[in-house]
Design a protein around this ligand. Structure first.
Ligand code: 4AD
Ligand code: MG
Length: 430
């Protein structure tokens, strides 16, 4: 019976056939242990010399790391293995003999591993991170579908810059200037006026010269947008959504979290609601913590965010930032116009901002004024302004950075491990 490693539990005590690669092996005179991987998981195969033909035992002894095989064997319960099963091998057919696979079980440096990302993805830890990424994406679609959102796909080639003009990747669109999307938000606002509650999931590009463990040049963002939705309601959706994906990973990725050595107790605490602190109070808090240099109007850096996050065991919303720090489209606080109705969601354990969101300006005149203040080309934003001319409504939305969220939930140090092929300041290969 042909099966996959993740399905062997259905075939206990039976003989199965699996297409697999050799992840690792060790052998002695009488017995060989082969670690098989097939993409769905990892399983240990035991080859006992006395129980198999001379041919099969020779193959087990000579087969190399990352050779591809069809293996047959009897599925046996094994309490000690993380999977709960092992394979008593009865036959091995080598499909391709790999020679000198560069990533050996010994330690390698990061640059070497990044140069070999196309192969590094096969390793147990990287496999686990990609599975968790996949589960977060799956749970994202589930959450928004169950809550009445429609998925809408904004364009990647655009003529406008929602998040400021300094970090754009410019390109030619025949004779016109175009940019790779920084955020689909403006288009999602148009979609929300057509479909009510919408979300997008797609790649975004930032030509940021940042070389930190939180920054990618190309990253994937989930951007929900909701008509007739004000500031507080927006935060409620965010905390429900983030709690939902964390709980989904805890439920469906037990093996992967174990492989990564993730402290799951910390994740179990991630339930709605999340704490909130205003920017004003955050400044006071930081002064108390000894950050003497920071003053009202300054943006927070990673050390500030981490200091704030450390006093909570859940993600924390920092709300009401100074207007001057945020993009042109954010709705001012009705009680004071030096701050906006926005929130950044800061993940625990030093992973930084995973969500940026806000209520949007829905007044035509105010939005026009802001576009002027930000020196944005009115022609490119004509359509965006028109959304405020025909049945404008209070509306809000947010963007969750997938890679930072994957890094946090997986407990990996750097976002470069939470995307299959990271685009970094000095890296376009592989
Ligand atoms: O805070 P940002 O810039 O917000 C927006 O783009 C809004 N237009 C979203 C919206 O309201 N629809 O980005 C949102 C999130 C950040 O919180 C962060 O998680 C992630 O995107 N992000 C990055 N992730 C990796 N590398 C980068 N260079 C990132 N820049 C932002
Ligand atoms: Mg932000």
């Amino acid at each position: 019976m042909k099966t996959t490693i993740s399905e062997v539990y259905k075939h206990a005590e039976k003989e199965v056939k699996i297409g697999a690669w050799i992840a690792n092996k060790r052998s002695s005179g009488k017995i060989a242990f082969l670690q098989f991987r097939d993409g769905s998981g990892f399983i240990q195969g035991v080859v006992v010399k006395a129980d198999v033909s001379e041919d099969v035992f020779q193959t087990a002894k000579t087969v190399t790391q990352e050779s591809s095989v069809y293996v047959t064997g009897v599925v046996q319960k094994d309490e000690r293995s993380p999977l709960g099963y092992e394979l008593l091998v009865t036959g091995i057919e080598v499909l391709h003999h790999a020679v000198d696979y560069p990533i050996t079980p010994k330690e390698h440096g990061t640059e070497f591993l990044m140069d070999n990302r196309h192969l590094w993805l096969r390793s147990r830890r990287q496999h686990a991170v990609m599975k968790i990424r996949n589960e977060i994406i799956r749970a994202t679609y589930e959450f928004f579908n169950e809550n009445g959102f429609s998925k809408v796909d904004p364009p990647i080639l655009t003529g406008s810059a929602p998040e400021g003009t300094s970090e754009l990747f410019a390109t030619k669109y025949f004779d016109e200037d175009a940019y790779l999307s920084q955020s689909g938000q403006l288009y999602m606002e148009a979609a929300a006026m057509a479909l009510g509650k919408v979300f997008s999931f797609g790649p975004t590009f930032r030509a940021e010269k940042s070389k930190t463990r939180r920054h990618l040049i190309e990253f994937w963002m989930i951007e929900p947008e909701m008509a007739f939705t004000e500031f507080d309601e927006n935060l409620e959706v965010q905390e429900q959504y983030v709690a939902y994906i964390v709980q989904a990973v805890l439920k469906n990725c037990k093996l992967e979290l174990k492989t990564l050595g993730r402290d799951t107790e910390k994740l179990e605490k991630i339930t709605a609601p999340f704490p909130r602190i205003t920017y004003d109070d955050a400044i006071v808090f930081l002064h108390e913590k000894g950050f003497d240099d920071i003053k009202w109007g300054d943006d927070f850096g990673a050390p500030h965010e981490t200091a704030i996050a450390e006093s909570y065991d859940k993600p924390v919303f920092i709300t009401h930032y100074p207007t001057s720090l945020k993009p042109f489209y954010m709705q001012p606080d009705p009680n004071r116009d030096d701050v906006v109705l926005c929130a950044d969601l800061i993940a625990p354990e030093g992973y930084g901002e995973i969500i940026g969101g806000s209520e949007r300006i829905h007044d035509f005149e105010l939005l026009k004024q802001r576009l002027e203040e930000h020196n944005l080309e009115m022609d490119a934003y004509k359509w965006y302004l028109e959304l405020r001319q025909y049945g404008s409504v209070p509306h809000s939305g947010f963007g969750l950075g997938l890679e930072r969220t994957v890094a946090w939930i997986s407990g990996v140090e750097h976002v470069r491990e939470s995307i299959p092929f990271p685009r970094l300041l000095n890296r376009l290969y592989p």
